[in-house]
Design a protein around this ligand. Structure first.
Ligand SMILES: [Zn+2]
Length: 301
């Protein structure tokens, strides 16, 4: 597997020296809803590459066109904004489970998705999955799973917030029934209840660290001890709810104190995400983007 730097030491956190910086991949974050201060803080904390899956914006979209404008923004504006702060930005696009109840709209969005899936910044399909576990959600989920499989693209799957174990079981059953390439799928937002189900597949499994809901660093530590770091990916999944764009550096610190080996940390916060997204030929993360001085892009007063 390709390494960023032969002497990289993730466990020593952030930058060891100018010649040997340490990099973190944030494999699931919604920068659309984050500020420039967040980008700057992420850069300072050692995050150099982010992947932004499309998500529910807070109100259901009523037109296919508003999905397409959102995909366009994620794929064109956001990478430029991120690069100003030294961060390489990629995307996954999809119709989110929260917007799956309108089948006609799902069909219309799916029918127009190709040009966005083909964009050089789009690595995969996601996040897709189940929310309230309805028939319409299963319809949209299956449809997009098959679209991704057909195009051999990585898939980011979101587990429901409630009834998680049942949602995980239905998700895994669907993946198996369709005969999908499990190594190209990451099942995200796992908890202690879903791990026994999702770890029985070859899918990558995601652990999301949130300040108040989802997992905290202590629970991540226990789960990693129990299941190992193979195929495990940690993310912060920050959006415009109560979330933290610095979840990953904070979790690294906790896991270090809690006795996890450096090799484990490197797998959880870099190598596994690299391997997962590396299944897309478009994945060419650049860790050496120099932040641009604000005077070069912001109008003078
Ligand atoms: Zn998300």
């Amino acid at each position: 597997m390709r390494r960023v730097c032969p002497c990289a030491r993730l466990a020593q956190a952030v930058a060891i020296s100018k010649d040997c910086p340490v990099y973190i991949i944030e494999p699931h974050i919604h920068m659309y809803s984050r500020t420039t201060d967040d980008y700057q803080a992420m850069y300072r904390a050692g995050i150099r590459v982010v992947v932004e899956p499309s998500f529910w914006l807070g109100a259901n979209r009523r037109y296919a066109g508003t999905f397409f404008d959102y995909f366009h923004l994620l794929l064109t504006f956001e990478p430029v904004r991120a690069a100003r702060y030294g961060i390489d930005h990629y995307c996954c696009i999809s119709c989110n489970p929260k917007e799956a109840e309108n089948r006609a709209l799902v069909d219309e969005v799916a029918a127009g998705m190709d040009e966005y899936l083909e964009h050089p910044r789009c690595l995969g399909v996601g996040e897709i999955g189940l929310n309230n576990i309805t028939d319409n959600e299963v319809y949209a989920f299956r449809k997009q799973l098959l679209m991704a499989e057909e195009r051999q693209m990585p898939i980011l799957v979101h587990l429901p917030h409630f009834d998680k174990a049942r949602g995980a079981q239905i998700t895994v059953d669907l993946i198996r029934a369709e005969g999908l390439t499990q190594r190209r799928i990451e099942i995200d937002h796992n908890t202690e209840d879903t791990m026994p189900i999702t770890r029985r597949t070859d899918c990558f499994t995601g652990l999301t660290v949130y300040p108040y809901s989802k997992l905290n660093p202590e629970r991540v530590s226990h789960i990693v001890r129990e299941y190992g770091a193979e195929r495990m990916i940690v993310n912060g999944s920050a959006d415009w709810g109560v979330s933290d764009p610095l979840s990953l550096p904070k979790t690294i610190e906790f896991l270090k104190q809690d006795g996890h080996e450096e090799r484990t940390l490197q797998m959880l916060f870099h190598d596994n995400a690299y391997e997962f997204y590396g299944q897309s030929p478009k994945w060419k993360p650049n860790y050496n983007i120099a932040p641009i001085p604000v005077s070069q892009y912001q109008r003078q007063p």
